[in-house]
Design a protein around this ligand. Sequence first.
Ligand SMILES: Cc1ncc(COP(=O)(O)O)c(C=O)c1O
Length: 407
Amino acid sequence: MSIETSHPHSVEESWQLWREAEKLIAAGTGTLSKRPTLEGDEPAYIVRGRGCRVWDLDGNEYIDYRNSLGPITLGYCYPAVDEAIRQQLANGIIFGHPHPLEVELARELVQVIPCAEKVRFLKTGGEAMAACIRLARAYTQRPRLVTCGYHGWINRDGTPDTGLPEAVSALQTSLPYGDLDAFAEYLQSHADETAAVSIAAAYGKIGPEDDFLPKIRALTEEHGVLLLYDEIVTGFRIRMGGMQEYTGAVPDLATFAKGMANGMPLSCYCGRADIMDLVPRAGISSTYSGDALSLAASLATVREYRTKGVIDHLWTRGEELMTGMNELFEKHGLDCRVVGLPPCPSIGVHVPDPVARRNTQQELWRAFYRNGVSLYTVAYVNFSHSADDIAETLERMDRAMAEVVAP
Ligand SMILES: Cc1ncc(COP(=O)(O)O)c(C=O)c1O
């Protein structure tokens, strides 16, 4: 495989700064999956974004599908959201009493999220999930939890060497998406001790034929166990109301975060009023919940979604990208495939040997960067990607793949 560059592309300045960062900041930066790994091709730092494009520290431009790993759903520097933030900034960021925007946003969210009789705000997705788990345990007064997928670092199961005592991890069991029998078997023997089943839909497996969520809804009802959805990625992407709106299988509690404020740090947990009303008893509270800037950004974001057909756009552009990428993989004889639903398509490399698979993935991603396309393992389109941007992306990818397969 060749990694020859087709045009000059230097990320030297980025990597010099990264080497200093590694000395000063544990793990180099605060988000593990944002750490750069492909030295020489991948930018270590992004300094500016507009619409669907970003620019790195060395001045290279990329058509971006990382979108902050999900939160940018309308676009970078999206005018209506930035204007709402600017207007609120002129009046203050956060106060010692609630701001009316909290009520205005809640009014909107209970209309678009099927399970949301009541909502409440926090700053990160993981924190909102922790709140739901706490509420589920308070409501049922049962200790066990079944999880599926990533729910944020605070809620990860683990071993003592990851800092989690065995007594705590023994209460949490992680099961794979789609394996209904595994969930049924677990609940058969542990339902009386289980507070909730919590599911983050696996992007690569969801689709029109996937009936896992309706089945898990029926199963949890049969066993009298609460159902909680992590809609942190799927909310404001598959539908505004996430997988519960898409499938019609409505959980008891749910969390939303990425996408609800076009990048401002805001998360929401919501659900049945009788469970949500246990918030004071559970003592869930945070100083930064309900800062007016994030609320203003979210309100503007939700209104754009409601008036501009944002979800349709994400499906259309996502479909163009998915279809185009799969055609290109085929054209270049690359054993790769984009799967899942168009608003969050998952890119898989299917080379059987693990080392060869990793090499192919790295060579591809390096070539994408050199050709000005910035990708994560999920390719997130946003409302600012036009049909022309997708076409230009596919041209750049065509060149990138040719570089990878060239002898
Ligand atoms: C499905 C899912 N749940 C939870 C989280 C955690 O959210 P945060 O990083 O905001 O705590 C993430 C973040 O990537 C996620 O993708």
